[in-house]
Design a protein around this ligand. Structure first.
Ligand SMILES: *Cc1c(COP(=O)(O)O)cnc(C)c1O
Length: 362
């Protein structure tokens, strides 16, 4: 195959073509250094300034202001499931978890190994097809923090409002929707995201943390697990994924070139509408998993009438270069992951195929 496909995989996921092209051009000789960015010491001036530049670019794009740091760590969002409670769950205290999907469940389970973690709300009873209503969320005003998952990658739901937590720090796993829309960062004490959905390649996890939280880590916590270690060392305490950070920087520049988060968010809405319309106009042939008011603009989940038709749908789609559409086993059916870098043409191609497939099989 020598042409690029439309990649709907949930993560690692499609990256902007101009970013890949530029990285390809710079692969052997980065910024006139005579070597690849992969071959450079993380103690070199070039890498130091690359990390600084990427941090400020990210905070600027988010409008995060001076009260925040951005860190580039490893271990995936999964390590954050543990680092968050290790650093922020006060001795003898308790944290609140709002559980809206499998990753939220994992985060909650991990926190319970560290300390007390309360279930403040869960929509497991509805197979995570929706988010809790405000009145279903039972928050502890004395909690060390409240944890949410802003986009539920597997189920295709996304928060379109955030719970009011008063003085309790709000912590969010934004792995699958970070930078997909404007964000009121000041509502959050800590945001984390594995890079491999909306930011870059796997191997880097972004943590955006309010500076005052850096002082909260218990003294006995190992050095490598402390947010303050990574903040003091500008994400260079140990050897980070230098190539991953380099790609993130290129992706951030690409987002600036697209007109920033507001422009991206409009494009993302348009892209998602193309596919949701194909579901809603299908006379029940396609059935969406997510409740209409909780639909994700990043991961669109739906079923067809029967497993056989779903198999047929997937194999015909693949022949049209629409790949990575198989749903997660806990939902079944189809999942179209349409992160920032998925083009409008890709969504049009999928929507067109959906209309055509229904006409032939409905
Ligand atoms: C993909 C994903 C994760 C898992 O990330 P890893 O980097 O594999 O640890 C966690 N949370 C959400 C919301 C995700 O989409």
């Amino acid at each position: 195959m020598n042409k690029r496909v439309y990649n709907f995989y949930p993560g690692p996921a499609t990256l902007p073509l101009p970013v890949l092209e530029l990285a390809g051009r710079e692969l052997l000789n980065y910024a006139g250094s005579g070597m690849s960015v992969m071959e450079m010491s993380h103690r070199s001036k070039q890498i130091e300034s690359l990390v600084h530049e990427t941090e400020s670019r990210l905070l600027d794009l988010l409008g995060a202001g001076k009260d925040y740091r951005a860190l580039f760590l490893q271990g995936g969002a999964s390590l954050q499931f543990a680092m968050v409670p290790y650093n922020l769950l006060a001795e003898g205290g308790s944290a609140d978890y709002i559980v809206t999907g499998s990753f939220a469940e994992k985060a909650w389970e991990e926190a319970k190994r560290v300390g007390r973690a309360r279930l403040a709300a869960s929509t497991a009873g509805d197979n995570y097809s929706r988010l809790p209503k405000p009145e279903e969320i039972n928050l502890d005003p004395g909690a060390s923090y409240v944890h949410i998952t802003t986009n539920n990658t597997i189920y295709g739901t996304q928060w379109h409002w955030y719970p009011e937590t008063g003085n309790v720090p709000l912590v969010a796993d934004m792995s699958s929707d970070i930078l997909s829309r404007p964000l009121e960062v000041s509502r959050f004490a800590l945001i984390y995201a594995g890079a491999q959905k909306n930011l870059g390649p796997s191997g880097v996890t972004v943590v955006i943390i309010r500076k005052e939280l850096l002082e909260k880590s218990p003294g006995h916590l190992p050095v490598i697990l402390r947010y303050d270690t990574h903040a003091k060392n500008d994400s260079l305490y140990n050897t980070p994924s230098t190539f991953g950070i380099y790609i993130i920087n290129l992706v951030l520049k690409w987002i600036e070139g697209c007109g920033g988060l507001k422009a991206l968010s409009e494009q993302n809405s348009t892209k998602a509408s193309l596919i949701y319309d194909a579901i809603d106009d299908s006379g029940g042939f396609y059935r969406g998993h997510a409740a209409a008011d909780c639909r994700s603009l990043m991961n669109i989940t739906f079923r067809l009438p029967g497993a056989e038709l779903e198999e047929k749908f997937l194999s015909e789609a693949e022949r049209l270069s629409l790949v990575g559409l198989k749903g997660h086993r806990s939902v079944g059916g189809i999942r179209a992951s349409i992160y920032n870098a998925m083009s409008r043409e890709g969504c049009e191609a999928l929507a067109g195929f959906m209309h055509d497939f229904r006409r032939r099989n409905g």
